[in-house]
Write a protein that binds this ligand. Sequence first.
Ligand SMILES: Nc1ncnc2c1ncn2[C@@H]1O[C@H](COP(=O)(O)OP(=O)(O)OP(=O)(O)O)[C@@H](O)[C@H]1O
Ligand SMILES: [Mg+2]
Length: 327
Amino acid sequence: MTAAFELRGLTAAVPGEKGAVRLVEEVSLFVDAGETLAVVGESGSGKTVTFTSALGLLPRPGRVIAGQAMLEGIDLLSLAPEQLRRMRGARIGMVFQDPLTGLNPVFRVGDQIAEVLRAHLPIGRREARERAVALLARVQIPDPGRRVDDYPHQFSGGMRQRVLIAMAIALGPRVLIADEPTTALDVTVQAQVLDLLGELREADRMAMVLITHDLGVVARQADRVAVMYAGRVVETGTVDEVFRAPRHPYTISLFRSIPDLEAPAGTMLAAIAGSPPDPSRRPQGCGFAPRCFAVADAAGCRTERPVLRGQGHAAACHRQGALETTA
Ligand SMILES: Nc1ncnc2c1ncn2[C@@H]1O[C@H](COP(=O)(O)OP(=O)(O)OP(=O)(O)O)[C@@H](O)[C@H]1O
Ligand SMILES: [Mg+2]
């Protein structure tokens, strides 16, 4: 079975003083239809760059230097810019952290949704408006027939995020990429917006990528998880596998605060001593070696980049076997 969306060896870089600086390196991950993949990792680990690169949205002079981003069997990175733009609108939906930047304050929300529809579909104004009302209803905005004519400032933060979700799902995408979609919202509103995303995903069997810092959200919403560190995926597996038996010392450190899968919402990743390396100064071997409790020179931790090993549940760590037997 082919995944709904799959990255293969994605590497993206920006020019630096001493040559290309790789922001993300050899990132491989996938998400199936109807499933949620959570992407976690400290600030600066490359979560956002991974997906903006994959969708051709990394600002210049950044560029993808290797890899593929497969959507329904097509490599997005092989498409001409105009083809990719159309795919992005129609087949992939995106929701970002800040619900204000996505909406234009001077246009009515209904017109903004209608514009998305009319950019891709041969429909007139009246039909676009009807569909915008239906979309507002789908994202559970009360009284959508009236709210369709409101301006963004007349909506609360949570409602604006719902409007952006309506725009993201307007054309029935197969993949929805949500980058910390609730970080800017109040805690109670966060849960409602996440529940909405979960319901929409299930109803349409969309594949969902959920970038988050909240382990409670991972435990409750995700099927699988990809842990990123220093521009790489260092561990991936089902949520159950990774929570119960983390294999990478980075994951073990991050999840230390979590006794089990009952992590309540709002349980953030644990802080780890030290800070992640700047992309232009990553160590030669494992990027985590300087902060790792299990680092061993004899295993090659400081000289060789570890690659992901394992079927399904996989980790990129030279000490994997040794850790399991001593744990
Ligand atoms: N356009 C760019 N040009 C140069 N460096 C960039 C660019 N975008 C991101 N970076 C750098 O790439 C690294 C990864 O950034 P990214 O935004 O993907 O992190 P993140 O995991 O999404 O973090 P956060 O959790 O804070 O959102 C960081 O070191 C960041 O400073
Ligand atoms: Mg980010």
